[in-house]
Design a protein around this ligand. Structure first.
Ligand code: PEP
Ligand code: MG
Length: 759
């Protein structure tokens, strides 16, 4: 090891001498070639390559190599995040692999001649906040590079950064880092941001773009051989399939699935729809043309309606037409669903998402402002990988084009080549991690020095309960009650709500259950409430404000929750509390609801424990009073960050400003925690800060011991917490809450080297 460090130091000197050469007018490519040669010589590696980053195109270009095919220089491009090299740039960290190809993100580039190289080491080249490129070593021997090699290479990269940045600028000026011939990729990459993690292979299905009609007519050679009998058979099969789908959904997703396919079924038997199709067929129109013609008439009709609820039906009609056609052409063999399809669209309603998920959609790519918080939460619970992109070209991808989706890397690959397919297939195979997580989950969570911590489940759908049970959640820290409201076309009745909440209350052995009252408004719009036309819905009639204005809905929900609790003492949580008055008014309604239940013969129920969500700066200010009045507090950190920093949580354009480690946020949570402790009021944390081991460490250091997170995160967080020392966390939290800049906080947290969960 000593040997390597010594030679590395020598090499750094040689490299800085080289940098001088460059300043004295050495040709850029010649200079870069000298650099890679000298680095590979000193590090005794078979290969050294330099990739420079082109910011405009957001890709890396191979600019010099000693060891790989020199013809690839200027030709080979990798997107940020693509392959191990792109990953080093995207995540700004060294990537060291004993065998590069074992890492699922490895991207094999046959033309580069890298077949024989096993070991892989890449370090990002960064100058200030600018990404300059990546320095890569490869070697035929496996496990060739040690940690100290990575350190040495980092030192070299930092030594070279300024000079390479100049090279990068000059090349951009002369257009020299453009690939000069055709791109080696037959496939095309579209970049985006992960909303729901996952990978998928499938074919494009355009919900907006080139359409329905073309696809179905052109896909079919046998269309004209079908008869009216085939058509009737197709209608019967479609009806059977829809009923089966509805039944299955009601078993698996009872809370949200209620009659979700009812519009399809009604439509299917409608005289104006299937009746008209039959009339056309009887007048000698080929059956498939008749289906397409009538379905398209309806699509046009609904799509042009002023009523948003009518427009929502467009997808239903498309679905239905699609199913009838598939049944018509393939008879009993038709799938009529979205298996093998990746949907490209700019908007998606929760009900549409549910239907797509029920029909086995593989993945979703959403353009523009289409990713609302509830769609992303729902997609997460339904385990549908979801990528957000601002690249409009997704609408030019014809339906049926092969696609590979890798949201971890923020990539949609159009026409993936064999290597990309292989890689995604491997990732799909390894992504079914529930068994692994279940084996790792422990019944209790403790820090390394024995402090007890409670990790509870955030539940969005009833289907999350199963996972919460398997992964040993210690109770439900947050049940978001809005999904049954969002999916239906009217308020669910008190009885319907009771049945749903009962399942939540009985869902886990652990008796701690926190039911949150309806949090609608903001971007969670109920289609059946007249559009209030709010200019700023996040600042409008949202959450508890909506309920205090709509007391019947509030009382109905509270009665259903209290009844579901039975003799158990449940916790009821009010979202978006902005004052003590809000909380006291809500508590009065709870007391009234208990009275109504008694009056209506349901009997006497225990008073639930009542909690306030701290999500607004005003609630932070009022935390001392709220802690004295409430039975518990819950920090909703998604909204707290949004409202503290004035950064819309759904707006990707300001996503970089959504900084959970902003000093104002760290101080606000500290003040809330201090107030809660002073009043002996239990405090739990949910939302984004409870998912990240670094913010959990900080919060634990403050004294927080209760967290709520999506069940899938629990085992990993358990493992991360078990490596933390509570005494040390206390000292670090004290320091962190005194730091004044985002940079200082970032650096301090980085220096603590809190590892990401290993599972
Ligand atoms: C939060 O704001 O942190 C939270 C958990 O609530 P939601 O994400 O449902 O607004
Ligand atoms: Mg919230």
């Amino acid at each position: 090891m000593k040997e390597t460090i010594k030679t590395s130091v020598e090499m750094i000197c040689s490299v800085s001498e080289l940098a001088n050469l460059f300043r004295q007018g050495q040709d850029i490519r010649g200079f870069l070639l000298q650099v890679v040669q000298i680095v590979s010589h000193h590090m005794q590696s078979d290969v050294c390559s330099i990739f420079l980053y082109n910011e405009q195109k957001d890709h890396l270009v191979l600019e010099a190599t000693a060891g790989l095919n020199p013809d690839m220089v200027g030709q080979l491009t990798l997107l940020s995040g693509e392959g191990l090299t792109g990953l080093a740039l995207k995540e700004l960290r060294p990537i060291r692999e004993g065998r590069g190809r074992d890492n699922p993100y490895f991207k094999y580039i046959p033309e580069s001649g890298e077949d024989r190289f096993e070991s892989f080491l890449a370090v990002p080249i960064i100058r200030g906040i600018h990404r300059v490129g990546v320095l890569v070593l490869q070697d035929e021997r496996s496990s060739r590079f040690s940690k100290s090699d990575a350190q040495a290479l980092k030192a070299i990269a930092s030594q070279l950064a300024a000079t390479l940045e100049n090279a990068q600028l000059l090349m951009a000026l002369h257009g020299k880092n453009e690939p000069s011939a055709t791109n080696t990729e037959a496939s095309r990459l579209i970049r985006g941001t992960q909303v729901v993690e996952g990978v998928a292979l499938g074919q494009a299905y355009q919900m907006e773009g080139p359409g329905f009609e073309d696809k179905l007519i052109s896909a079919c050679d046998d269309c004209y051989r079908t008869t009216i009998e085939d058509f009737h058979r197709a209608i019967d099969s479609t009806e059977r399939q829809l009923e089966e789908l509805q039944n299955r959904l009601e078993e698996e997703l009872a809370d949200v699935a209620s009659l979700i396919f009812s519009a399809h079924l009604l439509m299917l038997r409608d005289e104006g729809f299937s009746g008209e199709m039959a009339n056309l067929i009887n007048e000698d129109t080929p059956p498939s043309d008749a289906v397409i013609h009538i379905a398209n008439n309806y699509i046009t009709l609904f799509a042009n309606s002023d009523n948003p609820r009518m427009r929502e039906k467009v997808l239903d009609i498309k679905d239905l037409g699609h199913r009838i056609l598939e049944n018509l052409l393939e008879e009993e063999g038709g799938h009529g669903d979205y298996s093998g399809q990746i949907i490209l669209t700019n908007e998606l309603l929760p009900s549409e998402l549910l239907k797509l998920a029920a029909q086995n959609v593989e993945g979703l790519v959403l353009y523009g402002g289409g990713v609302t918080a509830h769609v992303s939460v729902l997609a997460r619970s339904l385990l549908v990988p979801l990528l957000f992109t601002e690249d409009e070209s997704i609408f030019r991808i014809p339906s049926n084009t092969p696609l590979a989706l890798d949201t971890h890397q923020g990539l949609l690959i159009v026409n993936p080549d064999d290597n990309a397919r292989k890689r995604i297939t491997q990732l799909i195979e390894s992504s079914d991690r529930i068994d692994e997580l279940e084996n790792a989950a422990m019944p209790e969570t403790h820090t390394a020095d024995g402090e007890r911590v409670f990790l509870r489940a955030t539940v969005n759908l009833l289907s999350d309960l199963k996972l919460a049970r398997r992964l040993k959640a210690e109770g439900i820290g947050l049940y978001r009650s809005e999904f049954p409201f969002l999916i239906r076309s009217d308020f669910p009745s008190e009885e319907e709500q009771y049945l749903i909440y009962k399942q939540v209350v009985d869902g886990l052995d652990n008796s701690l259950v926190t039911l949150r009252t309806l949090d609608v408004g903001g971007d969670k719009i109920l289609s059946y409430i007249p559009d209030a036309g709010e200019a700023n819905p996040f600042l409008g009639l949202r959450a508890i404000r909506f309920l205090l204005e709509n007391k019947k809905v509030f009382v109905g929900q509270l009665k259903a929750m209290i009844r579901a609790g039975g003799n158990k003492q449940i916790r009821i949580l009010f979202p978006l509390i902005s004052s003590l008055d809000d909380f006291l008014n809500a508590r009065k309604i709870v007391i009234k609801s208990l009275g109504f239940l008694k009056r209506d013969g349901f009997g006497q129920f225990p008073m639930p424990k009542l909690g306030a969500m701290i999500e607004l700066p005003s609630a932070v200010e009022m935390a001392p009073e709220l802690s004295r009045e409430a039975d518990f507090l819950s920090l909703g950190t998604n909204d707290l960050v949004q409202y503290m920093l004035g950064v819309d949580r759904t707006n990707e354009k300001v996503a970089d400003l959504f900084d959970v480690r902003h000093p104002a946020v760290l101080r606000a949570v500290k003040r809330v925690n201090d107030a809660a402790r002073e009043a002996n009021c239990p405090l739990s944390v949910c939302g984004i800060m409870s998912k990240d081991p670094r913010t959990v460490y900080y919060l634990m250091g403050l004294g927080v011991r209760e967290f709520s997170m999506e069940p899938g995160k629990i085992p990993g967080m358990q493992e991360a917490v078990s490596r933390m020392d509570i005494q040390q966390a206390g000292r670090d939290a004290e320091i962190l809450s005194g730091l004044g800049t985002q940079e200082e906080i970032r650096n301090y947290l980085d220096s603590l080297k809190i590892p990401e969960p290993a599972i």
